[in-house]
Design a protein around this ligand. Structure first.
Ligand code: PEP
Ligand code: MN
Length: 341
């Protein structure tokens, strides 16, 4: 017994009654009030609940159905929530009809460069501005990001362009700071299983863009999302950014099959990052097109006005003119799959 759906007419008292029953069995309840129905996710070792006990819950008048889930993730599953999660950020929606595009440099390098990139991506039709202030670099000697200074520059760009900002958090100690300056918090691939960090962002009120770990299976990735959801933050966006395979010709192997599969397994929006997926600018547009065709709810694209001089990920960054081409090229594809850009 993992998911309890209450009847539409269930009252607050009915909800409390069921929650109390569960707590009496040493379980916890995650109550999710939808527009039509209240769904209760049962957290804890539900395998100990006998069939009789399960049937007794079924007998409660306000209970419509009780379902057992064999999958290890519950709150992230389609069984738990049938309708697609649509995340609202300002006047924008992620997971709705529109395929949203998040664009910007890998790292915030300085104010002039960021402003110019921000203006250009906005002009081309991006919905969100990205840029790292805390960068998870493979080498400790590489550019690590501007830190707080970078966050402030991002906030300034947001003010000027009106584009909400997506930026990465690497350390729970930076929570307050990152929350202050960003609209969506990114958890990078290297931190997908940093469980303390996941629990921390699970307690904040900003949506979280959770990138797939370098070698994470779909199940591990959804379990990471479950960490965030289990703390009460229902706004998780999954971001496929390529996984490590034997292939070295591309930076990673972009797993586009993850997109339709995730659409079956979870109600959470799925965004694709072809930039880190392929690692080469000339492959980004074709893979962005393919991602939209596969049903992605959004794209994350690295853009730089001067990729040759970029302090990180220049080789996979699109110049603004190419980013504009990308935006044009995905339009007919989005329409063909019943979406819009
Ligand atoms: C990034 O978005 O710049 C980044 C570091 O991505 P990832 O965590 O996917 O490597
Ligand atoms: Mn990058």
């Amino acid at each position: 017994m993992d998911i309890i759906v209450l009847k539409p007419e269930a009252t607050e008292d009915d909800i409390r009654h069921v929650v109390k029953k569960l707590e009496g069995k040493g379980l916890k309840a995650h109550v999710s009030k939808g527009t039509e129905r209240t769904i209760i996710g049962v957290i804890g070792d539900t395998s100990r609940i006998s069939e009789d006990e399960e049937n007794a819950i079924r007998a409660i008048e306000s209970v419509e159905s009780v379902t057992r889930i064999i999958k290890p993730y519950k709150l992230a599953s389609r069984e738990f929530k049938k309708e697609q999660t649509v995340i609202k950020v300002k006047d924008r929606e992620i997971g709705g009809k529109k395929v949203v595009v998040i664009a910007g440099p890998c790292a915030v390098e300085n104010k002039t460069i960021l402003m110019s990139i921000a203006e250009k991506v906005k002009e081309a039709g991006a919905s969100f501005l990205r840029g790292g202030a805390f960068k998870p670099r493979t080498s400790p000697y590489s550019f690590q990001g501007l830190g707080v200074e970078g966050l402030k520059i991002l906030a300034e760009a947001r003010q000027i362009t009106g584009l909400p900002v997506v930026t990465e958090i690497m350390d729970p100690r930076d929570m307050e700071l990152v929350l202050e300056y960003s609209d969506i918090i990114q958890i990078g691939a290297r931190n997908m299983q940093n469980f303390r960090l996941l629990l921390e962002v699970g307690q904040c009120d900003k949506p979280v863009l959770l990138k797939r770990g370098l070698s994470a299976t779909i199940k591990e990735w959804l379990m990471a999302a479950e960490y965030i959801l289990s703390k009460g933050n229902e706004n998780v966006i999954l971001c496929e950014r390529g996984i490590r395979t034997f292939e070295t010709a591309t930076r990673n192997t972009l797993d586009l099959s993850a997109v339709p599969l995730l659409k079956e397994l979870t109600h959470l929006p799925v965004v694709v990052d072809p930039s880190h997926g392929v690692g080469k600018w000339n492959l980004v547009i074709p893979m962005a097109r393919a991602a939209v065709a596969a049903g992605a709810d959004g794209l994350l694209i690295e853009v730089h006005t001067n990729p040759e001089e970029a302090l990180s990920d220049g080789e996979q960054s699109l110049k603004p003119s190419l980013f504009k081409d990308l935006m044009e090229q995905i339009k007919p594809i989005a329409e063909a799959v019943g979406r819009e850009v």
